[in-house]
Design a protein around this ligand. Structure first.
Ligand code: AMP
Length: 693
């Protein structure tokens, strides 16, 4: 029978697991009989290595031919270490470690192993994941799948559950905090949203302790022990021990010896909790952000699962209970869960492809669905072309595998043209906060007589969350040839203003989507409106268009914002349901969106559009018509879409032309919005929409 293992390839320790004969995931011990193998390599010579505890001991004795913590440099092309005249990348080093894990597992299990599922941190980007796959290949392991560590921990818990439920995984490790929300339903574990703060973890609690004691030392002796790096490292190790001790005791002691002075100090658990309280608050902010992305509230969760070494702190357990209103779920081994989850995934992958039966899991789970943990975008220009921004094209939390096609407008010249795409990963518009993960050059774009060509760019994410890109010119239907080229060493241009090429640029389009959220929209109409608005955003070239969402009923939602960020727009559209439930903008029809739209669009150049969606009769039609006319006088085009009880004549009165007024039914809402997006994109906002034809 074929065996596939699960591997937790950790920064400090790694582990291997497998599904045993009874269908349970178990840890596979290494050749020394240990459950965990230190991720440390000692180079006896360039080709002879010792991996694990012995290498770690060599390092402790001061041996310099030792590599550790290389996981932090995965995907970094500039990182290399030299041993005995030979250089090693982080991928090479991970390959040596993986080979050792594989060899040991083969010895322990007494069978050949060729396949594995490997876990990576949720923050790993495309390059880091691809580097991990490459390392496994070098170690003669076929990667069945790469999965995120918090997802793996959630799987390990999920398979032990017999009832359907929705849980939040609160994973506080040494250096990162991750939140994953999953639904366990029938035979499927489905991740619905994930995210994290990769600058928050147990180390921050250690640092607070050091700061607390160092301040007392400084008070007493007038010197700062943190000025010296050697002293700092020693304090760091001992502060971590104090922290751990405070998880079981009420007080702990600490001393600092520095520059001939010795200070003795004590700290209570209460004081420790006081000086680190704000760190917990940060976990709440992040958890609530992810809950919102999943469109859920604390009340809708069945429980919170604690994962990661730092959740052993009593303050975390109490905090989670207070925050979620429920005692946290315990019962999984936080050190092993990630690895065990990988073995479960490996078994599912095998049974999907195997002609021979594999071990049954004992439980009922046969399918695991994950989502993208990052948003993907490209470098674009902002609306007035004064700076470069990250334009999010595919928002995170999209189910994988997936493919998505986005349009990109380009002005074509007489000569064959090229299109350069810089692929980004990140959650904000600010390029400095995002990672640029690739440069793609598409060539062979043909001249089109309208001057503006649409290139449909297809993004594909496979199960590993890695990206492939292809492009087709819409007018010719031809696939463009693509070359993935290295990123230029000098990327400083992204901090400067884009070159002024106003006369040749495709005009930037600004659109307000004004949706009537009065009571009659509740239920199915709202769901269709949300689908239509999302479809609209997907079909627009957001590298060259901004959209604002403007829900209204008795009031217009406060502070609508024009954005090129698909993630903000998707989240905003998702929120319409909860806005409707809580009556954020009322349930009646006493306002209209035109004054607010004018305010918002005033600062923008043409082409500008307001797309209004209405299903009823507004209370003050005359006011709305007068304000709509003011928009039209400014050159803003108004497209009015109505269905249900909407008043046809009124729609025509607010629309800029009769062609811009459309009375449709719910079933056609999605296609109507798509059509508008398509026309806006293909004509650069200059063409007539002609909805009624
Ligand atoms: P992980 O990355 O999940 O292995 O978590 C490592 C972090 O957990 C480190 O910051 C440790 O200091 C912390 N940790 C481990 N055990 C405890 C404990 N008993 N009390 C407090 N923190 C702990």
């Amino acid at each position: 029978m074929e065996t596939a293992i699960g591997i937790d390839l950790g920064t400090t320790f790694s582990a291997v697991s497998v599904i045993d004969e009874s269908g349970k995931p178990v840890i596979v011990k290494n050749a020394l009989g240990e459950s965990l193998t230190p991720s440390v390599i000692f180079f006896e010579s360039a080709n002879n290595t010792v991996v694990g505890s012995e290498a770690k001991e060599m390092q402790a004795f001061g041996e310099s031919n030792v590599a550790s913590f290389f996981k932090r440099n995965m995907g970094d092309v500039n990182f290399e270490l030299n041993f005995h005249g030979k250089s090693f990348s982080a991928t090479d080093l991970s390959a040596i470690l993986l080979k050792k894990l594989k060899d040991d597992a083969e010895t322990t299990l007494n069978r050949k192993i060729a396949k594995a599922v490997v876990t990576v941190p949720a923050y790993f980007n495309d390059l880091q994941k691809k580097a991990t796959i490459k390392a496994a290949e070098k170690a003669e392991l076929e990667v069945l799948r790469i999965i995120n560590e918090p997802t793996a921990a959630a799987i390990a818990f999920g398979v032990t559950q017999s009832k359907n439920q929705t849980i939040l995984v609160y994973d506080l490790g040494g250096g990162t905090f991750d939140v994953t929300i999953l639904k366990i339903e029938d035979s499927t574990i489905q991740v619905i949203a994930t995210g994290g703060d990769h600058e928050l973890g147990g180390k921050d609690w250690d640092n607070r302790l050091i700061g607390y004691f160092a301040a007392q030392f400084k008070n007493e002796f007038g010197e700062d022990p943190l000025d010296d790096a050697v002293s700092f490292n020693d304090l760091l190790v001992r502060a971590e021990n104090v922290k751990k001790q405070l998880s079981t005791s009420q007080t702990s002691k600490f001393y600092i010896v520095y520059d001939g002075n010795r200070g003795n100090y004590e700290i209570t658990r209460a004081k420790f909790e006081e000086i680190t309280q704000d760190l917990l608050q940060r976990t709440t902010s992040k958890a609530e952000e992810i809950l919102q992305e999943a469109n859920l509230t604390w009340e809708q969760l069945d429980g919170v699962l604690l994962v990661g070494g730092s959740t052993r702190m009593p303050m975390v357990i109490n905090w989670v209970e207070q925050m979620s209103g429920k005692p946290p779920i315990k019962g999984i081994n936080v050190d092993e869960a990630v690895c065990l989850g990988a073995a479960i995934q490996a078994n599912i992958e095998l049974s999907e492809s195997a002609s021979v039966p594999v071990f049954s899991l004992g439980g009922r789970i046969s399918k695991i669905e994950d989502v993208m943990s990052h948003s993907l975008g490209l470098i674009a220009e902002n609306s007035d072309r004064s700076r470069y921004i990250n334009s999010i094209i595919i928002p995170k939390n999209k189910k994988i595998p997936a493919s998505e096609v986005r349009p990109y407008q380009i002005r074509t010249g007489r000569q064959t043209q090229e299109l350069e795409i810089y692929l980004t990963q990140g959650e904000t518009e600010i390029i400095g906060e995002c990672k640029i993960i690739g440069k793609y050059v598409f060539s062979g774009i043909e001249y089109v007589s309208s001057g503006i060509s649409i290139i449909d760019i297809e993004y594909q994410y496979d199960e590993n969350g890695t990206v492939q890109i292809a492009a087709t010119q819409r007018e010719t239907g031809k696939k463009l040839s693509m070359e993935e080229v290295p990123l230029p060493a000098d990327m400083s241009w992204i901090d400067r203003a884009p070159e002024q090429i106003q006369e040749t640029a495709v005009p930037h389009i600004s659109v307000v989507i004004a949706v009537d959220l009065s009571g009659s929209m509740s239920g199915h109409p709202l769901a269709e409106a949300q689908k239509a608005a999302k479809g609209f955003v997907e079909k627009l070239d957001l590298s060259n268009a901004s959209v604002a969402l403007m829900p209204f009923a008795d009031r217009v939602e406060e502070n609508p914002e024009l954005t090129q960020n698909a993630k903000k727009l998707t989240n905003g559209i998702n929120q319409w349901s909860s806005m409707m439930d809580s009556g954020t903008v009322g349930w009646g029809n006493s306002t209209h969106p035109f004054d607010e739209s004018l305010k918002l669009l005033k600062k923008r150049d043409n082409p500008r559009f307001v797309i209004v969606l209405a299903d009823g009769v507004w209370s003050y039609q005359d006011r709305a018509i007068a304000s709509a006319k003011k928009c039209a006088a400014e050159g803003i085009e108004i497209i009015a879409i109505g269905f249900g009880g909407a008043d046809k004549k009124f729609l025509q009165a607010i629309a800029t032309s009769d062609e811009n007024a459309l009375f449709t039914n719910l079933e056609n809402l999605v296609s109507s919005f798509s059509k508008i997006a398509q026309v806006l994109t293909e004509t650069g906002g200059k063409g007539s929409i002609r909805l009624n034809q």
